[in-house]
Design a binder for this molecule. Structure first.
Ligand SMILES: NC(=O)c1ccc[n+]([C@@H]2O[C@H](COP(=O)([O-])OP(=O)(O)OC[C@H]3O[C@@H](n4cnc5c(N)ncnc54)[C@H](OP(=O)(O)O)[C@@H]3O)[C@@H](O)[C@H]2O)c1
Length: 301
């Protein structure tokens, strides 16, 4: 377990950290925390207007933060490629890549490249981003994939991965995409054996963020959003597993970090329950092959 107090008191943090979906919710709180600690944070945002607003909020609390705002739309392979080029122009190497951006239980739709929207933004976009940024990662870099406890409800049907044959259900598709996040972590670590780069998964518990009330979200989640808000923890607390995965020295590849268990206030758990589908080598390899084929991006491994 990781003590939250120890995490908050950590002084030495990695130099360069890229965060996707950094203008809102968990990504924003992680960006602010890491900027407070002196890291150079590259905030990937799909709207520069919302990005500027987020940066202004960071500047209110952090003295001269080292933050770079770059546009990134994970629903477009073209935008991902341009973002990677921009990152490479701005920094010599990246110490931590936090694959955080996400959408939840939205109505059926497609990304600009024709992928089912939740798999496309939550998994395929991050897969393509990680692959293209891979040769710019530092020797001991960490890749943090933000999943969800919803992954426990997910399963893969590779014959209908993008609901080509119908049967789309918004939450089922979300659960599959979050299962893909954690399966990607394990598939990646299996290929990283002789390297010191590590992939880690986190889940934030239930945190009060923009995720529940989005206009693209299905009616029931938008209506229930204020109720979730009452029970949810603040986004700053939901961001702690992500922050720990990015900077805590005790974190190891393949771990799933989450919020504290009942009775252990002030701690984060390091070995939360993982859906066996994510640990299945066949699933890992199939997801990897399909992701490379769909995105037309290959890892330099
Ligand atoms: N909050 C929770 O309780 C909870 C629980 C489990 C897992 N999670 C996970 O936590 C992560 C962060 O979500 P959050 O709760 O912080 O929600 P949030 O406040 O809605 O933040 C999501 C972020 O993702 C960005 N985003 C959405 N679509 C994008 C796209 N196509 N390209 C680039 N960025 C995009 C959003 O940008 P815009 O502002 O421009 O839309 C926003 O910055 C997600 O992966 C989510 O699945 C959250």
């Amino acid at each position: 377990m990781i003590s939250i107090e120890e995490l908050r008191n950590m002084q030495s943090v990695p130099k360069t950290i890229v965060i996707t979906g950094a203008n809102s919710g968990i990504g924003f709180e992680a960006a602010k925390f890491l900027a407070t600690k002196g890291a150079h944070v590259i905030m990937g945002v799909r709207s520069l207007v919302r990005g500027d607003e987020a940066l202004a909020r960071i500047e209110e609390e952090v003295d001269r933060p080292k933050v770079t705002l770059l546009t990134l739309d994970l629903s477009s392979l073209k935008s991902i490629e341009a973002f990677v080029k921009d990152v490479k122009k701005h920094v010599e190497s990246v110490d931590v890549l936090i694959n955080n951006a996400g959408i939840m239980a939205v109505k059926e739709g497609k990304t600009q490249d024709g992928f089912e929207r939740q798999l496309g933004v939550n998994h395929l976009g991050h897969f393509a981003l990680t692959a293209q940024l891979f040769d710019h990662l530092s020797l001991k870099a960490r890749i943090v994939n933000v999943s969800s406890q919803a992954h426990l409800m997910g399963s893969f049907d590779f014959s209908n991965l993008q609901y080509e044959n119908g049967g789309y259900k918004p939450f089922k598709a979300y659960a599959q995409s979050k299962l893909a996040n954690i399966t990607f972590t394990h598939a990646l670590n299996a290929r990283l054996k002789d390297k010191s780069i590590q992939a880690i998964t986190v889940h934030p518990g239930v945190a009060k963020t923009g995720l529940f009330g989005r206009k693209e979200g299905v009616f029931v989640f938008r209506v229930l959003s204020p109720i979730f808000g009452v029970f949810a923890q603040p986004a700053s607390v939901g961001a702690l597993p992500t922050i720990a995965a990015a900077i805590h020295p005790s974190v190891r590849a393949d771990e799933l970090l989450g919020p504290k268990e009942k009775g252990h206030r002030g701690y984060l758990t390091q070995n939360d329950r993982i859906n066996p589908h994510a640990l299945d080598k066949k699933n890992q390899n199939e997801l990897w092959t399909r992701s490379e084929a769909l995105t037309q991006v290959t890892f330099p491994l």
